[in-house]
Design a protein around this ligand. Structure first.
Ligand SMILES: [Zn+2]
Length: 440
């Protein structure tokens, strides 16, 4: 053995680089496996069709069990219910015999009712006509709208609504979200000049609103056929999944990692929203951290929670904070992960301005480097009610919500697929979180 002393540091450095690369590579294999599974067809977009959310819950329970996490309940589950509007079977919209592509040409409004009717005539309704009708009035009342909108009750027509903004501002309604609730039963096309973004609704409304995204299409004397089936469930049953690894030094102080595992599911029986980035990616990271801490317990008890019902309005985390499985006052810190699929531009930290000290620790660890890697940016964000950290923050639990910045920007659409998620710099995020947790 004749290595010179000069060469030793080089070899050491090389070994470190290679081993950290191998480490990150292994992490990314596990992350990829979870991600692909959670986005696969059989999970149906982890929503309300074919028990998709239930299957994802089972998957997480099995992971927690095989990693030997402990449970607050008998099977890691915390059950709760909520009302939700679902589209579980037929969804077929045709113009002049041509079937429109769901998720591409149109979205059915999340709160829409079902409707079956063939060969409706198109009638274009312009909001400017309403403005014309009420223009001499100082204040426009709901009865003005009700009188004018009577023309929308003729069920032989499919209405195409234009210039709704005018109506919204006259009625002082908060955009189309409020507008559509005032529509009667019937079919209404609302043209949009933006990317389709679908949601989940806890309520159902009388109208069947078709958000129409084919901007090249000009409605004339067309024939429209609609077959949309909805099911409004008053008590959809969902489970939060929680497991923990007792701390080495203290078992009644907690560090909590959370991620929502639900997504939008399917719009009808054919159109799936895989939710790869949102939030199969964050769920995969949470599972990997759970596996790591099960094998390498921390100073404090590590708690891992996968929330349901996030897309319907942060419902799982709200329920958990109202029915906590442990003392919320004993949480030293909580990290919520929602969208962790591609961090080529860095990471963003919601509540980074609220918890300045912890933010500085995190940013400092990044600056020092994670085995030679640093994120381009660790953005210091303010408070926001945009994910599952929110109700914890409201209860005084110190929490960050961290999401990755980068990727193709697919969001709540049919293109948010596993193969579009690169996992670039994502294992490094896992390592940064471990180092951050070690500072507590
Ligand atoms: Zn979402």
């Amino acid at each position: 053995m004749k290595y010179s002393f000069l060469k030793l540091p080089v070899i050491f450095l090389l070994t470190c680089l290679i081993s950290s690369k191998v480490l990150f590579a292994q992490d990314s294999v596990s992350l990829r496996m979870h991600l692909n599974t959670l986005c696969s067809k059989s999970f149906s977009g982890r929503g309300y069709v074919n028990d998709g959310m239930g299957k994802a819950a089972d998957y997480i329970v099995n992971q927690f069990r095989s990693d030997s996490l402990q449970s607050f309940t008998k099977d890691y589950r915390q059950a709760f219910t909520y009302p939700v509007n679902t589209f579980t079977s037929v969804m077929d919209v045709k113009i002049d015999g041509r079937t429109l592509q769901p998720g591409v040409d149109y979205l059915v409004h999340a709160a829409a009712s079902g409707y079956y009717k063939e060969s409706m005539k198109v009638k274009i309704i312009d909001g400017l006509d309403f403005a014309e009708k009420v223009k001499k009035k100082d204040t426009v009342l709901i009865k003005d709208w009700e009188k004018w909108s009577k023309q929308l009750t003729k069920e032989k027509f499919a209405f195409v609504l234009q210039n709704i903004d005018t109506i919204n501002s006259l009625m002082q309604w908060k955009g189309n979200k409020e507008f559509v609730k005032h529509l009667p039963k019937g079919v209404f096309f609302i043209p949009y000049h933006k990317k389709p973004i679908w949601t989940v609704s806890q309520a159902a409304m009388p109208a069947t609103v078709i958000e129409f995204y084919d901007t090249n299409f000009v409605f004339k004397k067309n024939k429209i056929s609609v077959a949309v089936d909805n099911k409004f469930l008053t008590k959809f049953e969902a489970d939060n999944i929680a497991g923990f690894v007792p701390g080495k030094e203290s078992t009644d102080s907690f560090i909590v990692i959370t991620a929502h595992y639900d997504h939008l599911g399917k719009m009808g029986n054919r159109t799936m929203f895989p939710g790869a980035s949102d939030n199969a990616s964050g769920t995969s990271m949470m599972l990997e951290l759970a596996r790591y801490y099960a094998a390498n317990p921390a100073k404090y008890t590590m708690v891992f929670i996968a929330f349901a019902g996030e897309e319907a309005g942060l419902l799982g985390s709200k329920y958990f904070t109202e029915h906590p499985l442990m003392d919320l006052g004993k949480i030293k810190f909580l990290i919520n992960i929602d969208i962790m699929g591609d961090a080529t531009s860095g990471i963003s930290v919601v509540n980074g301005k609220t918890h300045e000290t912890e933010y500085n620790i995190l940013a400092g660890l990044n600056k020092a480097g994670i085995d030679g890697f640093s994120f381009k940016e660790v953005r210091q964000g303010g408070a926001a009610a945009n994910s599952d950290h929110y109700f914890f923050t409201e209860k005084g639990v110190p929490a960050f919500f961290i999401f990755s910045m980068g990727g193709k920007g697919y969001y709540h659409d049919i293109w948010d697929k596993a193969d579009k998620v690169t996992l670039q710099n994502i294992p490094q995020f896992g390592e940064l979180v471990k180092r951050f947790i070690a500072t507590f």
